[in-house]
Write a protein that binds this ligand. Structure first.
Ligand code: PRP
Length: 186
């Protein structure tokens, strides 16, 4: 049972649903009369993206991108590689980049630079979680679901070693799961 590895629930399904609806309403207001293109940065943002765009009522387009960091361990480095590029041309479009978490800012600093070079009309960043205390690069999100402390969070798309993404809530992982010495079996 994955739930046994969770120390405590940080954001319940209901809290997530409520906040995602608020973000969507704000995006609806900000982009009224326009047709934004949402870009999901895989894989972590896929659940947030799916819920967010279903709560948005404006006409919109969707696309997906995947990046991998050359960093090791739990911290991303400044080196990012595109492993799946967009299918659509974004020139002249109003782009909303959708992320699950903004941490050091390394991934987004790189990605925003790449996207900006393709000359969209505008780019905004929407992240479900924001860990400002970890920031290395000066990246700021335009839409933030929840600011979070520097905790090891999983669920609702966020993983540890590719697990826990399918938990319907966001929880704090028990340290013994990612510190094998503490349990002898992680
Ligand atoms: C996470 C998240 C961001 C990035 C944020 O992705 O989705 O892309 O880390 O970290 P940063 O601000 O320190 O760059 P991750 O590399 O865990 O891949 P995933 O989306 O496939 O889980």
């Amino acid at each position: 049972m994955q739930a046994q590895d969770i120390e405590r629930v940080l954001f319940t399904e209901e809290a997530l649903r409520t906040r995602v609806a608020e973000l969507a309403a704000q995006i609806d207001r900000d982009y009224a009369g326009r047709e934004p293109m949402f870009i999901s940065v895989l894989r972590g943002s896929f659940i947030f993206m799916a819920d967010l765009v279903r709560a948005v009522t404006l006409p919109c387009k969707l696309d997906f991108m995947a990046v991998s960091s050359y960093g090791s361990g739990t911290t991303s480095s400044g080196q990012v590689k595109i492993t799946k590029d967009l299918s659509e041309n974004i020139e002249g479009r109003d782009i909303v980049v959708v992320e699950d978490i903004l941490d050091s800012g390394n991934t987004l600093a790189y990605l925003l630079q790449i996207l900006q070079a393709r000359r969209p009309a505008s780019i905004r960043l929407c992240t479900l979680l924001d860990k400002p205390s970890r920031r290395v690069k000066p990246v700021q999100a335009d839409y933030v679901g929840f600011p979070v402390e520097d905790l090891f969070v999983v669920g609702y798309g966020l993983d540890y070693a590719e697990r826990y993404r399918n938990l319907p809530y966001i929880g704090v992982l028990k340290p013994q799961v990612y510190e094998p010495a503490a349990s002898g079996d992680a």
